[in-house]
Design a protein around this ligand. Structure first.
Ligand SMILES: NC(=O)c1ccc[n+]([C@@H]2O[C@H](COP(=O)([O-])OP(=O)(O)OC[C@H]3O[C@@H](n4cnc5c(N)ncnc54)[C@H](OP(=O)(O)O)[C@@H]3O)[C@@H](O)[C@H]2O)c1
Length: 289
């Protein structure tokens, strides 16, 4: 029988965390979730509401848990929140707090395309967060996900909104590719990483089986609806991202989208032994709309 660990989840009201918490609860895993905002608890869940991960409030509550799943992150900067503070700084902070709490392992979601050669600000902050974890001496599993797709992810919500308005804008040619992975598969893999030895101290690409151009993705997504697909000059897209804080795509959203980042799905399939959801089939079925 597998002896499941006691788990702590940060960023509890985020997209991945919500789906993961539901899964942990369904598996009867005891877990503690931390968020800045109040939220409804699942079965087997304890909650901590904390604005600044204040040590006094947290330490005794999370002490002697086994695994921290750190799901705090931002993909857009402002003068109030920047990548360095949130993505790198809070990871570093949680690594140190985990050590004090005698937590043995950290699971972290980085990003597909993160590497020591990157010049993208978002990826640099993720790379530096990874380095904090590698240096910590804690056991770890670091995942580098592509676009994670479900009913309530940002990408899908954004496209749904565009479909409602009757027009989807594609920055540039749309010929660049993404390798989406379904949230249910992501949650299952994170769950496996909590107890299976083969995930220990690895950095793993989290990518689906299909590589698909953005143009094709958008066409399939909006199939059967009355949606006009409009290509926007890339220079105009970047100009909008730079000058309009409310633009659909931020600068790094564009960098990542057109970056053509690819991962090794075969390796992931072998490691997990799982059968993966086909995001293409999901798109074709119209179930994401
Ligand atoms: N979704 C994807 O496709 C994808 C792909 C690659 C990597 N990732 C990474 O996976 C992680 C989770 O992603 P997600 O899609 O679930 O993102 P999300 O829905 O935006 O959730 C991120 C959570 O981070 C917490 N957070 C944000 N800013 C914070 C701040 N200043 N101080 C403290 N907490 C803050 C919030 O938690 P509370 O509101 O609960 O406090 C927020 O809900 C992130 O690190 C992200 O970069 C996601």
């Amino acid at each position: 029988m597998v002896n499941y660990p006691k788990v702590v989840v940060t960023g509890a009201s985020g997209f991945i965390a919500k789906n993961l918490r539901k899964h942990l609860s369904a598996k009867n895993i005891e877990f503690i979730s931390i968020s800045r905002n109040d939220f409804k608890k699942f079965k087997c869940e304890s909650k901590i509401i904390s604005n600044y991960f204040d040590e006094k409030n947290l330490l005794t509550k999370i002490k002697n848990s086994d695994v921290l799943i750190h799901l705090v992150g931002i993909g857009k900067q402002s003068v109030n929140t920047d990548y360095h503070i949130v993505n790198t700084g809070l990871t570093n902070y949680m690594v140190n707090l985990s050590k004090k709490a005698k937590i043995k392992k950290i699971v972290y979601l980085s990003g597909l395309g993160v590497s020591s050669n990157t010049s993208i600000g978002y990826f640099i902050s993720k790379y530096n967060a990874e380095q904090q974890i590698l240096k910590s001496g804690l056991n770890f599993t670091i995942f580098r996900p592509s676009y994670i797709i479900g009913k309530d992810d940002y990408f899908t919500k954004y496209l749904k909104k565009q479909v409602k308005k009757g027009e989807i804008k594609i920055p540039g040619s749309g010929k660049y590719s993404i390798q989406p992975i379904h949230i249910d598969d992501v949650v299952k893999i994170i769950f496996k990483s909590l107890s299976e030895e083969k995930f220990k101290n690895k950095i793993i690409d989290l990518v689906g089986s299909e590589t698909i151009t953005f143009e094709k993705y958008v066409k399939l997504f909006s199939k059967g609806t009355n949606t006009n697909i409009k290509k926007i000059n890339l220079e105009d897209s970047y100009h909008n991202a730079i000058t309009n804080p409310k633009s659909d795509f931020g600068i790094d959203d564009l960098n990542i989208l057109i970056g053509n980042f690819q991962g090794n799905h075969t390796k992931l399939k072998k490691l997990t032994g799982m059968k993966f959801e086909s995001v293409m089939k999901l798109l074709e079925s119209g179930r994401l709309l």
